[in-house]
Structures are given as structure tokens and as C-alpha cells.
Design a binder for this molecule. Structure first.
Ligand SMILES: [Zn+2]
Length: 97
């Protein structure tokens, strides 16, 4: 029970950090990356899985905040979403439902 509420709080904080990252990105992409870093730490500590819609907002290889058309490329192929990170030049795949 206690753990559940801790996870809920952590999730709220993670969501908040991602929305802050989104706002910060335009003027300071490095700050956005820091928000991602903080969000990941919170999630890890609470043993929380970052929701799927937020997983697409950062690179799982270099953990940078990603904005399609700016620092990442998005395509779909065979029912999958493919994200290409321009920083580390690696791909992430997400199944499309
Ligand atoms: Zn990357």
C-alpha cells in the first residue's frame, strides 16, 4: 500500500519533469536533458516504469530529451515506430498498437 502511493507520487514527479523538459528544450536543450536525468532517477528509486508515452520523449541509449524533427527522426515501418536519435545515431523501436 505504502509503496503504491510512493509510486504514484514518483509518477507525478516524472510527468512534471517531462513537461518542464518540453518547455525548457527550446531555450536550453541541455536543461531538458537534465530533467530527463532527474526523472529517470526518480523512477528508478521508486521502481517505477516510465509510461510508454514518456519513453518516446528521450533516447534510451544516451538519455537525451528528444523532439521529433529537431534532434530525432520518426518513421513507421512494419507496424513499428522507429525513432532515430541524432545525438548517438541509434534507433529505438516501439510497437504500434
Ligand atoms: Zn541517443
Amino acid at each position: 500500500m505504502k509503496r503504491e502511493s510512493a509510486q504514484k507520487t514518483a509518477l507525478e514527479r516524472v510527468k512534471h519533469l517531462f513537461s518542464e523538459a518540453e518547455k525548457a528544450f527550446r531555450r536550453d536543450p541541455k536543461l531538458a536533458d537534465r530533467y530527463v536525468h532527474m526523472a529517470r532517477k526518480i523512477a528508478m528509486k521508486a521502481n517505477l516504469k516510465i509510461p510508454r508515452n514518456l519513453q518516446k520523449k528521450f533516447c534510451k541509449h544516451c538519455y537525451r530529451f528528444l523532439v521529433p524533427g529537431v534532434n530525432c527522426r520518426v518513421r513507421t515501418k512494419e507496424q513499428k515506430l522507429i525513432y532515430y536519435c541524432k545525438h548517438c545515431k541509434r534507433y529505438m523501436r516501439f510497437p504500434l498498437k
